[in-house]
Design a protein. Structure first.
Lengths: 182, 331
């Protein structure tokens, strides 16, 4: 009987303490960020709207290798490779269907040239579903995105117009196989 | 101007003002509760419609009215439509016997308290019939829980209040308030107050006794199949019930319209009375919202055990002791 009363009183006491502690929360500042009025702080690694960036020379970084389209788990990326007169590869069209995209960032991880990047912008709502399909002109930006110095063709060994073999950064000239000199 | 305040119980202006005030306050309660819950949870709550979100309730009602009014084809259609009407009507009728201030009230029934219990008992039918008529497993479970909970808690809700009746020597609410002129009944009837508070919470199906709804277990309980304004009527009924309970507790235990510490406004008994009753009611409304924010729902067997094994003996004991003391003081 004593134990029973004691446990019952303890239960009642714990309820009273709960009420008091919750009441104290009334005088604390709300954590809410009133979003449309106040912009929330977005972190630079936030996975939001997808962009295609340009290299420091202002050329398209994308080499249309299709790795992003392969990595995409929801198949929302479609592109077609073509080649310009200098031998540079670039996408003829590049289409992302944002009504499918789940912002997983796999395309960014798969991209060998840092062309496709996810940005901290999330305000992409549209009234018409077809407006969620973004073409290359919508995706391509006039900047380098998160990686300012990277230029794929200046590092890769591939020869294009204006840059021959062995002229890339950190690259030695090709070995003359017919010479015996070291 | 002075003549305007010559209120008599049951005059048309009284009825119109009290009914209007009750409906208006109930509407505002829907917004107020959400806002207060927000503050208790360190959120902001609805603050978009009007200054501080004060018109949120009207937006809600507009939304509910324009929604599709769907009656499930597998339900018992007549009962399904009638069930949500019962609880707001019963709860509104209960306000008829509440004395607001000297000369302000709708009627002075000499069985006022019994009237309130009768109406509260009718309110239980709403959830029961709603759950039964929906012809849905979860609704049936919710209705079952509502029936069991409300019937068993009504037992000692009635008994807990008998101490007040003994002390006030009347079932008439106005005479009960007038008997508290010198001493509020909270002091001699503290146990009765606690039991009545808990039973009242269970009776209005409010948190933490919202087992008939029990979102986490049985979807939404008895109102699972309800949509649009029929759901809204259940909702409004619950809020009128909360307001009724918040006004009953001051009337029965906290001296009704009498001011604490002699702080009443002299020469204006009606203004003073209305003000103090509203202030006390407001305090209880905030307390009930706090209870909703803080306490967790018990299991159904815990609820029943608690009711029958603790609250019922406690209220009987309270009744016996009160009776014995009144007899011993003798007159």
């Amino acid at each position: 009987m004593y134990d029973f009363l004691k446990s019952q009183l303890y239960i009642i006491w714990s309820q009273v303490v709960t009420l008091w502690l919750v009441f104290l929360h009334m005088f604390k500042k709300a954590d809410t960020v009133e979003y449309p009025d106040v912009m929330p702080h977005m972190f630079s690694r936030w996975r939001g709207r997808i962009i295609l960036s340009r290299d420091p020379d202002g050329e398209e970084r994308c080499v249309a290798c299709n790795l992003c389209a392969v990595a995409c788990p929801v198949d929302c990326i479609a592109l077609q490779k073509t080649e310009d007169e200098n031998g540079r590869w670039y996408p003829e069209f590049f289409r992302i269907n944002f009504s499918r995209c789940i912002m997983c960032g796999f395309c960014e991880e798969a991209c060998p040239t840092n062309a496709i990047q996810l940005t901290p912008d999330f305000e992409m709502a549209e009234y018409v579903r077809q407006d969620m399909v973004w073409e290359k002109k919508d995706l391509l930006i006039n900047g380098t995105g998160k990686y300012h110095d990277y230029n794929f063709y200046k590092i890769a060994g591939k020869a294009i117009g204006g840059k021959g073999k062995g002229e890339a950064r950190n690259e030695l000239p090709p070995i003359d196989r017919r010479s015996l000199l070291p | 101007m002075e003549a305007f305040f010559q209120f008599v119980v049951g005059s048309p202006i009284n009825i119109a003002l009290i009914l209007g005030a009750v409906l208006f306050i109930t509407t505002m309660l829907i917004w107020f509760e959400r806002r207060m819950l927000g503050f208790f949870n360190e959120r902001l709550g609805p603050n978009r419609v009007g200054p501080g979100g004060i018109f949120q309730s009207f937006a809600d009602v507009g939304k509910l009215i324009t929604k599709e009014d769907w009656v499930p084809p597998f339900s018992d259609k007549f009962t399904f439509v009638v069930a949500p009407l019962i609880v707001p009507i019963a709860m509104l009728l209960s306000f008829a016997v509440i004395p607001i201030a000297p000369g302000v009230g709708i009627m002075d029934l000499n069985i006022g308290l019994l009237w309130i219990f009768a109406m509260a008992g009718l309110g239980a039918y709403s959830a029961m019939l709603g759950g039964l008529a929906s012809n849905n497993k979860f609704a049936l479970l919710g209705g079952l829980r509502a029936a069991g909970q409300m019937i068993s808690y009504e037992v000692f809700m009635g008994i807990s209040i008998l101490g007040v009746v003994i002390l006030g020597d009347s079932f008439n609410m106005r005479e009960i308030v007038e008997a508290q002129k010198d001493q509020w009944f909270i002091f001699p009837q503290f146990i009765g107050f606690v039991v009545f508070l808990i039973a009242g919470l269970a009776e209005t199906k409010r948190w933490p006794f919202d087992l008939p709804e029990g979102e986490s277990e049985i979807i939404s309980g008895f109102n699972t199949e309800y949509s649009g304004m029929k759901f809204g009527l259940f909702f409004v009924g619950e809020y009128i019930g909360m307001l009724l309970l918040s006004v009953l507790l001051p009337v029965l235990f906290f001296g009704g319209w009498y001011a604490p510490f002699g702080l009443d406004i002299p020469n204006y008994p009606i203004i003073s009375g209305v003000f103090w009753l509203c202030a006390k009611t407001f305090a209880f409304v905030v307390f009930f919202i706090l209870v909703r924010a803080a306490l967790v729902r018990p299991r159904y067997d815990q609820l029943m055990n608690y009711g029958w094994l603790i609250m019922l003996p406690l209220s009987l004991l309270n009744l016996l002791v009160t009776g014995a003391v009144v007899l011993a003081q003798g007159n």
